[in-house]
Design a protein around this ligand. Structure first.
Ligand code: F6P
Length: 418
């Protein structure tokens, strides 16, 4: 079997560990391992340069800084030989990857990747892949390389894209054959595409898994930031409003609140209860100050809103704390510092175990079995029907939009799956 792995959507710590695990597990199981650069965009573009291994630009080209440098660096993400040594694939040292998005890799090519942040194979939010034309090109590019299985690491949108691609695959193959782009033999050989998904997202917003890859690292980053904020806050007896990421999900904010000792927090699934939340927040914080707290921390999830779905903004919270409680208040938005950087231990272990399981899932897959998502539930690496998990995830957002917050909380609760 020829297995390709791609990363898609927003990057998250641990994605490189997934790639490493899938590549190594595939090779160990006697398969060929391939990577797709730049997510689905790379799948659509394929190998523009048909020469497998164009030579590296001469060293002199690197010294032109700018204007050529940015182009060269972009195209040489892997190409300086440092990462590529002499893997069994196209990556052998000193090869440029310019114009090549689907590349065979060997064991050495991914050595040590689990310590690296972001995704070394690149990611993109591809518009092309959303069109049938784009997916036709993607199918053609995979078939040209003889690839019959795809592992995808990304958020729910990216994994849904994989399932759509798989469902559509027979008709794409049919079109390619009719258009004479592939031979009848290729069409028969590639009648089905096997796919498997792993959830790479700092938001921890996917149902039917307890943790998504990258969420533990992001949480750790937030905790470190809170520790830093706490010392300066206590010194000046100040209040801080901290905005954290998470899109529609409050997991990062909630857990950071527990781990960092927040006074009050706002998450999308459980907006502040009835009555003006400003009063409730001020009362709580006033009490905390009364019993001697020298610092105040309010965490606002980026998707936070009130019960009428009106967004709650950190700046507004700051104004309330300053005006009503007279607190010297600052806003800190952590932004992408939560997403980048080296993965914590959990974001090396989890993707490694999941990557191995993903390869097994591909080897066991048949045209009749559903597409699977690899997750973790109660400390066990699991394999669950991908679209069930996506549907349940979407149900949470729908419940929030319908202002049924009780249901949203229940859906987030792991107990719910029983
Ligand atoms: O889904 C991951 C995430 O970091 C969210 O928490 C955030 O809303 C979004 O991506 C930010 O996306 P971008 O990197 O495109 O600004």
């Amino acid at each position: 079997m020829k297995i390709a792995i791609l990363t898609s959507g927003g990057d998250s710590a641990g994605m490189n560990a997934v790639v490493r695990a899938v590549v190594k597990a595939a090779i160990l199981k006697g398969c060929e391992a391939w990577i797709v650069r730049e997510g689905y965009e790379g799948l659509v573009r394929g190998n523009i340069d048909a020469t497998p291994n164009a030579a590296l630009p001469a060293a002199a080209e690197y010294t032109e800084f700018p204007p050529a440098a940015s182009d060269i660096i972009k195209n040489l993400r892997f190409g300086d030989g440092q990462l590529l040594k002499d893997g069994t694939g196209d990556y052998a040292s000193g090869r440029t990857l310019k114009g090549r998005y689907i590349v065979r890799v060997g064991w050495d090519d991914v050595r040590g990747w689990f310590t690296e942040g972001g995704t070394l194979i690149g990611t993109a939010r591809s518009k092309e892949f959303r069109t049938r034309e784009g997916r036709l090109s993607a199918a053609h590019n995979l078939i040209k390389e003889g690839i019959d299985a795809l592992a995808v690491c990304g958020g729910d949108g990216s994994l849904t894209g994989a399932d759509v691609f798989r469902a559509e695959w027979p008709s794409l193959v049919d079109d390619l054959r009719t258009q004479g782009k592939i031979t009848p033999e290729q069409a028969t050989k590639h009648a089905h595409l096997k796919i498997v998904g792993m959830v790479g997202s700092i938001d921890n917003d996917m149902s039917m898994t307890d943790l998504t890859i990258g969420a533990p690292t992001a949480l750790h980053r937030i905790c470190e930031a809170i520790d830093n904020i706490n010392s300066t806050a206590a010194s000046h007896s100040r209040a801080f409003v901290l905005e954290v990421m998470g899109r529609h999900c409050g997991w990062l904010a909630l857990l950071a609140g527990v781990a960092g000792g927040a006074d009050f927090l706002f998450i999308p699934e459980k907006p502040p209860s009835s009555g003006p939340w400003e009063d409730e927040m001020c009362e709580t914080i006033h009490k905390h100050r009364e019993v001697g707290k020298r610092k105040t921390l309010v965490i606002v999830a980026e998707g936070a809103h009130d019960i009428d779905l009106k967004p709650i903004r950190a700046e507004y919270v700051k104004d309330i704390l300053s005006e009503r409680l007279g607190l010297d208040t600052r806003v800190t938005t952590l932004g992408h510092t939560q997403r980048g950087g080296r993965p914590c231990a959990m974001d090396r272990i989890l993707p490694t175990l999941q990557g191995m399981k993903a390869v097994d899932a591909l080897l066991e897959a048949t045209p009749e079995t559903p597409s699977y998502m690899i997750g973790i539930q109660e400390n066990q690496v699991t394999k669950v029907p991908l679209m069930e998990a996506v549907a349940m995830t979407k149900a949470v957002t729908a419940a929030i939009e319908a202002r049924d917050f009780e249901k949203a909380m229940k859906l987030r609760d792991p107990e719910f799956r029983e």
